[in-house]
Design a protein around this ligand. Sequence first.
Ligand SMILES: *Cc1c(COP(=O)(O)O)cnc(C)c1O
Length: 469
Amino acid sequence: MSIKFTSDIMEIIRKQQIETTLNKAKKYAWEYISNIDERHVYPHESDRANLSIFDETLNKEPQSPDEILEMLNTYGSPATVAQTGGRYFGFVCGAIIPSAIPSKWLADAWDQNPAMFVLSPIASKIESVVEKWIIDLLKLPDKSSVGYVSGSSTASFVGICTGRNYLLSRKGFNPIENGLADMPKIKVVLGADAHSTIYKALSMAGLGSENVIKVPVDDQGRMIASEMPELDDLTLVIAQAGHVSSGAFDPFKEICEKAQASNAWIHIDGAFGLWARADTRFDELTQGIELADSWSVDGHKTLNAPYDNGIAICKHTQPLIDSMQMTGSYIITSDNRDGMMYTPEMSRRARAIDLWSTLKGLGQKGVADMIYEMHSKAAYFAMKLSENGVEILNDICFNQIIAKYQTDQKTIALIEALQKSGVMWLGGAKWKGQEIIRISVCSFRTTYDDIDLCINEFIKQINILEKHI
Ligand SMILES: *Cc1c(COP(=O)(O)O)cnc(C)c1O
């Protein structure tokens, strides 16, 4: 072994000055942000084909930050989907509130790890502050705790694991140390239209994705509470705030009251819908949601925070910590917040900073108005579609629209034509055995003019379709 080995390469990298490149990144980012609505919403085929430039073996020698950025900007930027603009309606995505971007960049340079207070006082502080803001905005029980995870998939996993451990521990078992092999069975009860990530979380939690009782749903995909099976104190009930296609909310009050009467654990998947709690105009939809034990919600969907912002909320702090905790002789915990106590991960980026800057940038009124605007725009979009011969299949209770155009075949053809147009992007799905168009209004950038533009494109593509079929 050579003593004091110094690599020439590392000498070069240590000396790299990135100020000019950072300024370029800023310039390219600003060009991107300010031209977002001029883009084809889905990238042109030629721009997608150009991505083959990335198929290279890793360079032997270091490449300069400037060259790397240039490549990303030249070939990457044109192959992005304009999700941060006003005419992307696919899946349930969401744009980025302006205040989040500069703060995120600064925090990227900090590269803090919020696992423990001792690793980053600022990240710990912001996690504590945002925890309180979220609990207040969503009107959840005061003492609830928040874990900052990657998305709702993980947030539901956290809620389900904590519930599982809580139910079993209460019966005198120790699933945390002993595993599930010799434990009594947990009865899992959910709506037949639960999101697929719930099944995934159940399988990761060792409960089995199909070892569940599916409660029938109504014409909107809502769980029918009166058809719930008998519950007991080893039951995990999973309800939903925001059906991924119809946007419908389960009847929480009925569900939670039944579950509470049997001492069951209730988890609510509110990936995009839980934000309805931030606006009193949705009180009827969310009534009783506060009675649950754990909730999952995304910052990166309807809140329009940057990606990688899932939020796990649990009413029972100690069971959450018991389920997520790890120990080691080098771990230094403190009286301040140690973020890893509430998440499956130890190290993570300080993603709560994104939530902090997004929430501050909107304020309480902004959050409420943004959510209500999304609803209002979805209602307008649906009204215009139905005036133009497109059938609306759901009640527009939140931000989601389910539509169809005459037949399955025409619906599929219309989706494809609209996607190709570049004017908008929306996806398809199946609903009650039919092919449907799914429209999710969840970008704060969407304007009524954007919707009018989309309606004109619908009319144009329908005309073309009718001439060709
Ligand atoms: C998007 C979504 C999820 C999954 O959330 P991720 O952030 O993508 O992990 C879960 N449930 C519902 C209802 C969703 O819309």
